[in-house]
Design a protein around this ligand. Structure first.
Ligand SMILES: [Zn+2]
Length: 68
């Protein structure tokens, strides 16, 4: 009985967290491709690269891609 309760609670938290994360990723991808840190984009002469982070898939310019 104790084991069942212990495995149920973390999985419920995990599900809520994944749902929230997915929403943020969709909003980010709908915007123009700009660096997540300094908001520089292709128009400013920066190349932008997508990177998987704990916050989801984010875009970084050349400067910030290596530091994050
Ligand atoms: Zn940047």
């Amino acid at each position: 009985m104790n084991q069942l309760l212990e495995t149920k609670i973390p999985s419920r938290i995990y599900q809520d967290f994944v749902f929230l994360k997915t929403k943020i990723v969709v909003n980010t991808l709908a915007n123009e491709s700009r660096c997540y840190v300094c908001s520089k984009g292709l128009e400013d002469g920066f190349s932008v690269t997508a990177k998987n982070t704990i916050f989801g898939t984010l875009l970084f310019c050349d400067k910030h891609y290596s530091t994050n």
